[in-house]
Design a protein around this ligand. Sequence first.
Ligand SMILES: C[S@@+](CC[C@H](N)C(=O)[O-])C[C@H]1O[C@@H](n2cnc3c(N)ncnc32)[C@H](O)[C@@H]1O
Length: 252
Amino acid sequence: MTFLLLFFISRLWICYNATMKTILSPRLMKIADCLHGLSSIADIGSDHSHLSKYLLENKIISYALNVEVKSGPYMVSCKNLSPYIEAGKAKVLLSYGIDDVAPGEVEAIVIAGMGGSTIIEILNKNLSHTRSFQQLILQPQHAIAEVRRFLIENAFQIVAEHLVKEEAKFYEIICACPASKKQFREDIYYHIPYLCLSEPCEELLPFLNYKKRQQEKILATCHNKTSPRAKQAMDEAHQKILAIQKIINTLL
Ligand SMILES: C[S@@+](CC[C@H](N)C(=O)[O-])C[C@H]1O[C@@H](n2cnc3c(N)ncnc32)[C@H](O)[C@@H]1O
């Protein structure tokens, strides 16, 4: 009897969760905005699959594949997406990166909220497989310059960049497509989202000032140090400050 009651309550809870309207954070909302016009995505490292649930609920896409490497979030995703899974509009996989996403199975691969080195590891594991998808929507938490460098050196064209601020932290979103040529950029634009300069972006100036302050902190930390490593760090920080200031001047 107790078992039946618990089972009934858990089914009610699943139904209640499944019918609740999904609200995304500004960071995930910006990623969702990048996906308008696409019909299918794979969200790699989907956690509880809030992004896919929002996209399906609002009929922005018609199919979402969700990949999670950890069983806890995988199970929550299965519950959150249960009506869509039953309708054949969503799938959840307990898997690593894009290993079990068939080539071209979805139009876009989303990898958000992970470190840049993990993102590179996932994309670099099988480059021809990665190149079978029309778009990559990436939001690295750090090592963002390295992600841009990886994309450009492997002939992915960066087609859009976005900045979003959430709870006093800046997030960068990079949209890229496989291309035939490598389109290199000036060194500073591996650290700064170059494409944000050519469109209205209210976060750009505060972001540039923040990046400049970061480099000033490096200068202050290395100030009394004489090692070759400290000298190199100071030289690089100095170069970056000059380059960032030059960009700031064009915006004022
Ligand atoms: C911090 S959460 C980000 C969740 C969501 N993408 C977001 O942006 O809010 C990162 C998730 O990625 C998963 N993850 C990390 N490495 C992964 C991999 N190689 N393949 C699939 N999932 C991965 C983690 O288990 C975790 O749930």
